[in-house]
Design a protein around this ligand. Structure first.
Ligand SMILES: Cc1cc2nc3c(=O)[nH]c(=O)nc-3n(C[C@H](O)[C@H](O)[C@H](O)COP(=O)(O)OP(=O)(O)OC[C@H]3O[C@@H](n4cnc5c(N)ncnc54)[C@H](O)[C@@H]3O)c2cc1C
Ligand code: SF4
Length: 325
């Protein structure tokens, strides 16, 4: 591993305007340290944010504010998350292992990097790791790769489970940028690869995620997080679906569907969801929504199976949400 400088930031550092621009932020380290060991990331300087005051969950009439430094485990087991946002509880608990969830933070989960095998293998071409070298996955083994929103430069997926639930809930992300807090709607945090796959998200160097804001509506009555993977535990999603419904007299009053494992960001199309408001909450309509949501999906060989898999998973997740067991 390349030698690096290490600084533990204090609240005074932030109020004095210490810039994070030239450092890489270290939170739980469960992804970043692996990447450093593999030589995928070689930062000169690490800024450890572990002692900053973002390790609380605060309740308000606008919803719940999750500190960026709260661990994934403490978030999942928080009473208000369990009762009001069960889709988030279920998504977090479907991820990684209990040891990892005890260490991994919310901010780090949002910005964890893809699990594309070629990204981790520094002997292989990868436009995300080394722009301009090509993409080994497009004609390689791409079982875990994307089928939606891909580009000729990159077909990687975003690996997070938590983010799929946050996309469905339409959370917001609070970011400290040059001493000011800005608020970013969740669907604008991550980006599609386009011709700049090295950029996973729309944050700027030096930006610090401080909180995740959950809206008041948590869909506690009708929800599902369905994760399909090669092993029943301790495996990333091949495809996943966060489904949230509000139903009134058998009709859809609100519907949210976000997909994981299929794109460079959680995949959600508000315009498609809106088309189903007022329609009957039925398997037929769920099938039609699934078709529209994945329109244009394209496989790359070993991941072709994901197209029919995700279609079935959407319908199953919505039916499970409609008829909770
Ligand atoms: C074996 C294994 C299995 C896993 N399985 C799953 C799984 O099934 N599902 C799943 O969702 N995840 C899974 N994970 C990923 C795990 O959830 C992430 O590694 C973890 O959430 C990252 O959080 P962290 O605090 O450790 O982040 P770090 O590793 O410290 O940081 C990750 C990235 O986020 C940046 N960062 C961290 N905090 C902030 C902040 N506040 N502001 C700005 N930038 C920040 C860092 O600079 C870095 O780029 C797995 C990980 C491992 C090792
Ligand atoms: S899919 Fe993206 S991350 Fe994977 S090899 Fe291609 S460019 Fe790299």
């Amino acid at each position: 591993m390349k030698p690096f400088q290490y600084t533990r930031l204090s609240t005074e550092d932030l109020s004095l305007g210490t810039t994070l621009r030239d450092s890489t932020i270290l939170a739980g380290g469960t992804n970043l340290v692996d990447l450093m060991k593999y030589g995928v990331e070689e930062p000169d300087s690490l800024a450890d944010i572990g002692k900053l005051p973002y390790a609380q969950i605060e309740e308000s009439d606008k919803g719940l504010l999750l500190g960026a430094l709260v661990t994934n485990a403490d978030t999942a087991y928080h009473a208000a998350v369990k009762s009001t946002y069960p889709v988030l509880n279920k998504a977090i608990l479907a991820a990684a292992s209990s040891q990892l969830r005890n260490r991994a933070t919310n901010g780090g989960n949002l910005l964890q990097r893809t699990r594309c095998y070629y990204f981790y293998d520094t002997t292989m071409p990868c436009n995300k790791r080394e722009p301009g070298t090509g993409c080994a996955a497009i004609k390689g083994f791409n079982r875990i790769h994307a089928i939606l929103g891909t580009s000729a430069s990159c077909i990687a997926t975003h690996p997070s489970d938590m983010c799929v639930a946050l996309a469905a809930l339409e959370a917001k992300v609070h970011v400290l940028r040059k001493g000011e807090t800005i608020v970013i709607p969740f669907d604008q945090l991550h980006r599609l690869p386009g011709d700049q796959p090295e950029k996973d998200h729309n944050l700027e160097p030096g930006d610090l995620i401080t909180h995740i804001q959950l809206p008041a509506e948590g869909f506690s009555e009708h929800f599902e997080y369905l994760k399909i993977r090669d092993r029943e535990s301790y495996a990333f999603a091949l495809v996943s679906v966060a489904a949230c419904l509000k139903v009134s007299q058998g009709k859809i009053a609100d519907i949210r569907v976000a997909l994981g494992g299929v794109a460079h960001k959680p995949w959600k199309l508000k315009e498609v969801e809106k088309d189903f408001f007022g329609k009957e909450a039925s398997t037929e309509n769920f099938q039609s929504l699934a078709e529209q949501l994945i329109q244009g999906a394209q496989g790359f060989g070993t991941n072709d199976f994901k197209i029919s898999l995700v279609k079935g998973a959407i319908v199953r997740a919505l039916n499970n949400a409609l008829n909770p067991s």
